[in-house]
Structure formats: structure tokens, C-alpha cells
Design a binder for this molecule. Structure first.
Ligand code: GFB
Length: 321
């Protein structure tokens, strides 16, 4: 349902402002003539309802982008199920409940394409939610996010809160996490390709078969789309946000090698999991509202690599594959 909500002159809280998505939202909100509110973990632990209640009473946000979450790539999700489930359940529950109690006008919950069943028809439609078993490597994170989406729907129904849920596809960009054991594939391959180039290594190690298919969206495009949805979307069903285009991980690795200037081979480690065989979003609901992503994958990777060289690589010793 198209809606009209303005951020102008509002107090807008970006929960999770230091993360990949939160920092892109803070950048993009500079153009909206609103007051951006942020809270560090030292100020408020979002898992602690009392701390959050106090902060909400003092800060009085009118709109909330719920970008705070414990996130990570396939290895982190698979090996730290308790952290991923507990932290995300607690953070989402507390923020939604506090937003409802303190009269927040509008809240956007952010999820992920991994909430959809592992074998859901592709492209992934919003209606596929809860129609089949989840991907085992990230079911813990996915379940917490599904609970968060349903919580927003429940507050909407019972209390009339204008809480909406947007589901981004796999993301990348400046400010990403480049730690090899907890990162997603794009920052991992950028860091490994850069390191392999400097060491004149013969090969770049890529996890899995290289055949898994993924869609990638540049985080500044995402921030623009989320602000568009905050202003234009007001309904219970979740809404996908992506590019609608995917590619095999092997092709992504070849493209990243080219962007980084690594000329060696790709070596696939099939002892590492592929995860979901394919994840590409059906973006027809979003497109019908009149928004689409602008940055090509190559452009986005070039910007991300430049950010990595300027901000991370200079500070670091060589990465380990
Ligand atoms: O980005 P990624 O960790 O997350 O992995 P998921 C995507 C694909 O890239 C998988 C492969 O098939 C990986 O095996 N890959 C290849 C690599 N080389 C690497 C590497 O060096 N590092 C990493 N990390 N992957 C996550 C979920 O799933 O996606 C989260 O676990 C969340 O819950 C997030 O939904 C968006 O796409 O598999």
C-alpha cells in the first residue's frame, strides 16, 4: 500500500549506526533534513530493556531504522548459533517493544534473504515466508529475524503501530567487516585477493564449489531504497529489496580478482559449505512502487576495494587465507 511519511524535521534513530547498513543510512539521511540519533553500545546495550527504556525516554525518537543486529557470513552463522539467535531475538524484541511503548511513529525492521526456505522457488517472493525448512547454516539467525518480522506485524495489528519490515539481499560496500572468519563473501574475497596479489600467490582460495548463486547489492543503494520505503510503504507484509540479478560465486571471485588486480588462479575448497544453492530476490513489489538500485556490481566492488585499501589494508599485516 503506498503511503506518505516524511522524515523532514523528525528525530530519526539509526539503531546499529556503526554497522555496514547503519553507517550507510547515516550517510544518506544527511540529505533528508532530519535529526539523526545514534547510540553506542557503551551508552545502551540493546539486549538490556532497562537501558533501552531510559535512552528512549531521553532521546524520544520519532522514526527508527532497526539496523542493529549480530551479523556474519556463513562460517560465523554456522559455528556460533547461540550468539546469532539469542542476540538477534533480544535486540529485536526490546527495540520493537520500546518503540511501541514510547509512541514511535514509524519503525523499519531489517531482515535478510535467508529468512526464506532453502528450496523456495526463485526468485524469492515475499509470500514464500514460512513455507518450508530453512538453510541449516543460518537457520538460527533466520529464525530470530522471522520472529522480528512477525513481532512488527503483531504490534501493527494489536496496537496500530506503523512498523514495517524490509528484506535486503546480500550486501557489501564501504564499512564492511573484512575479518575472514566472520565476514561475508565479498569482503573476504577482496581481502584474500589483495593479500594474494601482494604475495604473488599462485591462487586465491574460494570456499565451496563456486556454483552457489548469490545476488549482491551495494549498501549505499540499499540505504536509498530503505529511505524510499520508509516514506512510501506502510503495510504488514514484508517487502524485498535487491537488484533481482545473481551470479555464481566463481564469477564473483573472477570479477573481484580483476578489480583487485590479482592475476592468479581460483582454488575451490569443497570442504567448506556452499550454503543455500541460490538466493535471488523477486523485487516486483518494490519496482512497482517506483524504486530501483543504481550501482553496477563492478562499480560497487571498485568503490569497496578503494575503501578497503584506504581504511583497512594500510593498517594491517597480510591476511591469512
Ligand atoms: O556471504 P556468505 O558468507 O553468506 O557466503 P551466505 C556466500 C557464498 O560464498 C557461500 C561462498 O557459498 C560461501 O561458501 N564463499 C566463497 C565464501 N569464499 C568465501 C569466503 O572466503 N568467505 C565467505 N564468507 N564465503 C549468509 C548468512 O549466508 O548471508 C547470513 O549466513 C545472512 O545469515 C547473509 O543471511 C546475508 O549468503 O551463504
Amino acid at each position: 500500500m503506498p503511503a506518505s511519511y516524511t522524515l523532514r524535521s523528525k528525530r530519526v534513530w539509526v539503531a546499529g549506526h556503526r554497522g555496514l547498513v547503519g553507517s550507510a543510512l547515516v550517510r544518506r539521511l544527511q540529505a533528508e533534513q532530519c535529526e539523526v540519533l545514534t547510540a553506542t553500545r557503551a551508552q545502551v546495550d540493546l539486549r538490556a530493556p532497562d537501558q533501552l527504556d531510559r535512552w528512549m525516554r531521553e532521546s524520544k525518537p520519532q522514526a527508527v531504522f532497526m539496523a542493529a543486529a549480530r551479523v556474519g557470513g556463513i562460517y560465523a552463522n554456522d559455528t556460533r548459533p547461540a550468539d546469532f539467535m539469542y542476540d538477534n531475538l533480544m535486540i529485536a524484541t526490546n527495540v520493537v517493544e520500546a518503540a511501541g511503548r514510547h509512541g514511535v511513529e514509524k519503525l523499519m525492521m531489517l531482515g535478510s534473504s535467508c529468512i526464506y526456505p532453502r528450496m523456495a522457488p526463485q526468485p524469492l517472493q515475499e509470500d514464500s515466508l514460512l513455507t518450508g525448512p530453512l538453510e541449516p547454516t543460518n537457520q538460527w539467525y533466520a529464525l530470530a529475524k522471522i520472529a522480528a518480522i512477525k513481532l512488527c506485524a503483531a504490534y501493527r495489528r494489536q496496537h496500530g503501530c506503523d512498523f514495517i519490515s524490509a528484506m535486503p539481499t546480500n550486501l557489501y560496500g564501504p564499512g564492511d567487516n573484512f575479518d575472514l572468519m566472520s565476514s561475508h563473501v565479498v569482503p573476504a574475497l577482496i581481502a584474500k585477493a589483495h593479500d594474494a596479489k601482494l604475495r604473488h600467490a599462485p591462487a586465491l582460495e574460494v570456499w565451496g564449489t563456486g556454483r552457489a548463486l548469490r545476488e549482491f547489492m551495494f549498501v549505499d543503494d540499499l540505504a536509498d531504497g530503505l529511505i524510499f520505503l520508509m516514506q512510501r510503504y506502510s503495510d504488514e507484509p514484508l517487502i524485498n529489496i535487491g537488484t533481482g540479478t545473481d551470479l555464481p560465486i566463481a564469477d564473483l571471485a573472477a570479477l573481484i580478482s580483476d578489480v583487485v588486480g590479482f592475476r592468479g588462479m581460483l582454488r575451490f575448497d569443497i570442504n567448506r559449505p556452499d550454503g543455500t544453492p541460490r538466493k535471488v530476490m523477486d523485487i516486483s513489489r518494490l519496482t512497482a512502487l517506483g524504486w530501483k538500485a543504481r550501482t553496477s556490481l563492478r562499480d560497487g566492488l571498485e568503490q569497496t576495494y578503494r575503501w578497503y585499501v584506504d581504511n583497512i589494508a594500510r593498517e594491517q599485516r597480510p591476511a591469512v587465507a
